[in-house]
Structure formats: C-alpha cells, structure tokens
Design a protein around this ligand. Structure first.
Ligand SMILES: [Zn+2]
Ligand SMILES: [Zn+2]
Length: 259
C-alpha cells in the first residue's frame, strides 16, 4: 500500500466579531420584525442558545448557494451535536433554502453581513431563538497558500461556511470526506456561538489557546484553532468520527446553562 506524504494542511477556522453599530440600526427595523436581538456580538447569546431559561426552542435557517446544499450526514451530525449540548424542550428545527450565487468568489465578513441582510428571514420570536447560517460558494478573502478558513462565526446568531473551500480541501489525496469536514466546521463554528472559548462565557479551567483567541488548547478538541491533517488525524476522522468537544469545553458550556 502506497504511503503518501501528507502535506501539512492547516485548517484554520477563524473568529471574527462584527459589532453592530448604532447607525445601522434603522435599516434593521422592518414592520413586525425586531432584528436587534440577532445583531449582537459573537458569544452574546451563548446562554440563550444553551439553556431553556429564555428560549425553549431553536430555529436554524440555513441559506445555501445553489449546488452547495449541505450533506445530509453532516446535518444529522450537527443536529445531534446541538441536542447533546443544549436544553431545548420544544425542539431544534433546521430549515434549508437555496439562493442564487452572489457573483463573488472571495468574501470578506462585511460581504457576508450584507448577504445576511438580504437573505435572512428568521429572527427571534417569543421563546424561539433563531440562528442564520450562510453556505457560501467561495472562499474567505483571508486564505493563504496553506491556510484555509472553512467557516466563521461573526455575530451572536450568525455564521458562514465556505463550502467551495471545503470541497477543494476534501478533493485532496487522503483528506477526510466532505461530509465529515462540513460537520466539523458547523459544530466548531456553533461552538463559538455557544461562547467557546472565553467568548462571552467563563472558562471553568485553564484551556484557552493563548495564541488563537476563542480557541481551546486541549489536544483533539473540536475547538482547537488549527487541525493539522496528518495521517493520525485522518485515521481518526475516517469512519465519520468528527472531532468532539473535550471535557474542558463541555464544562464551560454546562456552567453557562448547557447540557
Ligand atoms: Zn474557531
Ligand atoms: Zn476544548
């Protein structure tokens, strides 16, 4: 059996925080819809997403560009991840909707914010908290030769997945399957919405990655900033074993009202 030399591919999932400036607020008022609660900073709704104190159900709107529908297995893994960590007695609903390509191939977070403004239709309502996920047909403008941003959580209930980058990555020799990468990125980015690590929720132990804000320094944890896909990691992800949260991250979530 041929042994490949694995290129050191770093998958960097970065965190951007876009704060809501007051001058934008007028744009966000439409008759009957108050969007303000969904336009806060990253981590600001961690407890609302985790616990059932204010919100007993969650409504996730996934908007994907035609041709980039998320994989069913990835969605099932994602939903399971959310159910394992949250208290939502009235359920977690995920809806999917296709949109036309934006025409761009590289995106800044500001671009994604604009797209969200045009395509998001679901906001918090009563005891239901809403989350928006955009599946982009391109890549982050921050990508470098060996560093790919696969997704970003950028507001309290908003995140983007760079599906084109994931497809290209999965096409490399010995890379994990597209579905497994997709699930890992969805779960990782949602971990940031949950406030990990030290983004709006209090770390219960010393596991902060000092070099990469918002990330965990525990080996094999889902919230590590970079995962180097050497043979070991590839073996681990094979068979659909997507990286899981380590016990330190889980404790943080539990202390903030999660399961
Ligand atoms: Zn991250
Ligand atoms: Zn961790």
């Amino acid at each position: 059996m041929v042994k490949y030399k694995y290129a050191l591919l770093i998958f960097l999932i970065s965190v951007f925080s876009v704060s809501c400036s007051s001058e934008n607020e007028e744009d966000n008022v439409e008759p009957g819809i108050d969007k303000t609660a969904n336009l806060q900073g990253l981590g600001d709704s961690a407890e609302d997403l985790l616990s059932d104190v204010s919100f007993t159900s969650m409504n996730i709107e996934i908007v994907y560009v035609n041709g980039y529908a998320p994989n069913e297995a990835a969605l099932a893994n994602f939903k399971n991840f959310l159910e394992e960590r949250t208290f939502k007695p009235d359920g977690i609903n995920i809806s999917l909707r296709a949109v036309s390509p934006s025409g761009k191939t590289e995106f800044s977070i500001e671009d994604i914010v604009e797209i969200e403004k045009e395509t998001r239709t679901i906001y918090n309502a009563g005891d239901e908290i809403a989350v928006y996920i955009y599946i982009a047909d391109g890549s982050s403008e921050k990508d470098e030769d060996n560093k790919f941003t696969l997704g970003s959580a950028f507001r309290n209930t908003s995140m983007v997945i760079y599906a084109k980058t994931i497809q290209d990555f999965a096409a490399r020799p010995n890379a994990p399957s597209e579905s497994d990468i997709e699930a890992a990125v969805l779960n990782h980015e949602f971990g940031h919405l949950f406030g990990l690590v030290d983004i709006g929720i209090e770390p219960q132990s010393d596991h902060k990655d000092e070099d990469n804000a918002g990330h965990c320094n525990i080996e094999d944890c889902l919230m590590r900033a970079s995962i180097e896909f050497g043979s070991g990691i590839i073996d681990e992800i094979e068979g659909g074993r997507v990286p899981a949260l380590g016990s330190h991250c889980i404790r943080d979530l539990q202390a903030a009202g999660g399961r």
